[in-house]
Structure formats: structure tokens, C-alpha cells
Design a protein around this ligand. Structure first.
Ligand code: FBP
Length: 306
């Protein structure tokens, strides 16, 4: 496959990576209806772990079947499908080579009172299953943040040596942060930047909201007039925090919401220079025809000239 100029350009940002890792990043970037554009839409399905099966799949029971989720990502023409070990294993033979996969190698669950995740997959699992990348969540701000970062350091080193890419979900949470703080503009930029510093190839954060949260940072945001008035402006700042656009950054979809809200978010991500969306519940909790329609509309947004 001939890589587009845009994808070659993106690969050149990753100056230290071996051909295996660059090849896997290229697989993700060249796949699906957005292949070659530098924009991505990814389906993540780890909510069964994070929120439990009924909360995740009861709104659309077809999604209890791991094959349905592979089919959804493939039929929608997405760039990749991310899921924990059991989910990828359950479709591994049927879908081998059909879509790039990201093995989510740590997971939390709603029965825990701590803001931490267990390591639930390995680099050798990812290689055995033909995955293009590992996915890892850090919770900047949690009591366990440093252990999580140290786990990521080890797994990322191993993944890169094996020629895999590294996708980091950077979700601030913990005693210092209330619900508003978790998605505050400055905190989101801080979380994205830390993921870049940890060596992530693709950074995943929640869409940043208008409030500022960290007292120590507020002054500089105000004095330097860092624009956070619109979603587009906030996305632009998150891109800046991701090494001024030298790292790919995608934004999560969140709880099920209306198609218009999701499309507005995609327009802002696109206009602000973000690299796309990673949308779980808003895709697999809708009936398949509706989900395919919505994902097609999102893809159209990302295809327009930014
Ligand atoms: P959604 O589009 O469903 O929000 O999925 C993105 C995601 O990062 C999942 O990978 C993860 O399970 C979930 O969000 C965590 O959501 P929350 O932080 O709301 O528990």
C-alpha cells in the first residue's frame, strides 16, 4: 500500500521508533474510510470492564457478542478497534487481518473503590493476537498515579521494542479533582502532555470543558490569555500540549448522547487540529443501522477541509 504524504509526514514525527512500530501506526492511519487523511475514528469497547455488562450492552443487546463489535468497526470503515484481552481473543481467528486492533492491557472496574487499574494483558498477548498497539490508561491525580505511570513505562518500552504502537488513555481523577476538574481545560492539557512525555504515540483524552481547575495554573491561563472559550479553541490548546501537534491526539465520546452533539464535537475536534474520535457507547449502544449512520456522518466531518 502506498502511504499518503500526510501519513508519511505524521510518521516522521516519531523520530525514535523502529520500522515495526511505524508500520503499525501506518496500518491504523491508512485503514478505513479515513485512511491516509491523518484523521481517525476508533471503536473502544472496554466498558464491560469499566462499567459492567448490563450498563454497557443492555441498550443494544447485540453488542454482548464480541463478533458484533468487530463487525461494527469493520462495516463502519473505522481505523481500529480497541478492547481487552478476552474480547479480542473471542474474534481473533474470524477477524485476523480485517482491522487493526489495540489490546487494552489494563482495566478498572466499578466494584473498586480505588482509582487504579489492573494489568490484564501483555505485549506477548498483543503480538500473539496480531494487534497493532497496546492501550493503557493512566489516572493522573489518583493515589496510584505513579505506580500506573511506572507500569506504563515498562509496558511501553517492551511494546516499542517489539514493534508495537502505544496508545495512552489519560484520564485525570483522584482526591484533588471533582467532576468538573476531571475535564477542566488546563487539567486535560496537563494529562495529554504527560501522556506525550510518557512516550505515547496516540493520546486519548476526554473533550476539554471551559472551567480551569488547578490554582497554580489559572494565573498563566488568564495572564497569557490562553483561549478556552470554545471547544475548537480548547482542542487547539490540547494539540499544543501534545508537542505542538507532533503526537496524535483523539478525543473520547462519553456517555450516550444525541447525534447532533456528537457531530458538533467532531467538528470542533477537526477544526482545532485534533486527530479524531474514539467513540464507544455512542456507537455500540445504538442499533447497528443508527450507529453506522452516525459513524458515517462523523467520518464525513473529518473528511472536510479543516
Ligand atoms: P466512550 O466513548 O464510551 O466514553 O468510551 C471511551 C472510554 O475511554 C472507554 O475506553 C472507557 O471504558 C470509558 O471511556 C471510560 O468512561 P468513564 O471515564 O466515563 O468511566
Amino acid at each position: 500500500m502506498k502511504l499518503t504524504r500526510r501519513v508519511k509526514d505524521i510518521l516522521s514525527w516519531y523520530e525514535s521508533d523502529n520500522p515495526g512500530t511505524k508500520g503499525n501506526l501506518a496500518r491504523i492511519l491508512m485503514e478505513g474510510k479515513l485512511g491516509g487523511t491523518g484523521r481517525m475514528v476508533i471503536l473502544p469497547v472496554d466498558q464491560g470492564f469499566e462499567h459492567g455488562p448490563a450498563r454497557s450492552f443492555a441498550p443494544n443487546p447485540a453488542a454482548y457478542d464480541p463478533h458484533y463489535l468487530f463487525d461494527l468497526a469493520i462495516e463502519a470503515g473505522l481505523n481500529a478497534y480497541a478492547a481487552p484481552l478476552g474480547m479480542i481473543e473471542a474474534g481473533a481467528a474470524t477477524y485476523a487481518g480485517s482491522i487493526p486492533t489495540i489490546l487494552k492491557v489494563n482495566s478498572s472496574n466499578s466494584l473498586s473503590t480505588t482509582k487504579d487499574q489492573a494489568v490484564t494483558g501483555s505485549v506477548s498477548d498483543a503480538l500473539r493476537l496480531g494487534c497493532s498497539a497496546i492501550g493503557f490508561t493512566i489516572y493522573p491525580g489518583s493515589e496510584y498515579q505513579f505506580e500506573m505511570m511506572e507500569e506504563l513505562r515498562e509496558l511501553a518500552e517492551e511494546a516499542k521494542a517489539a514493534g508495537l504502537a502505544v496508545v495512552v488513555w489519560s484520564y485525570p481523577r483522584g482526591p484533588m479533582l471533582d467532576k468538573v476538574g476531571e475535564t477542566a481545560f488546563d487539567i486535560c492539557a496537563y494529562a495529554a502532555h504527560m501522556a506525550a512525555l510518557m512516550g505515547a504515540h496516540i493520546i486519548k483524552v476526554k473533550p476539554p470543558m471551559e472551567p480551569l481547575s488547578l490554582d497554580a495554573a489559572k494565573k498563566v491561563y488568564i495572564d497569557r490569555k490562553i483561549d478556552g472559550a470554545t471547544m475548537t479553541a480548547r482542542i487547539r490548546h490540547i494539540v499544543q500540549a501534545c508537542f505542538n501537534g507532533r503526537r496524535l491526539v483523539v478525543f473520547s465520546g462519553g456517555e450516550a448522547k444525541g447525534a447532533d452533539a456528537l457531530l458538533d464535537e467532531a467538528r470542533a475536534i477537526h477544526a482545532g487540529g485534533g486527530n479524531g474520535s474514539i467513540v464507544g457507547r455512542n456507537a455500540f449502544q445504538r442499533p447497528k443501522d443508527e450507529a453506522l449512520k452516525l459513524l458515517a456522518s462523523m467520518i464525513e466531518v473529518y473528511k472536510t477541509k479543516a
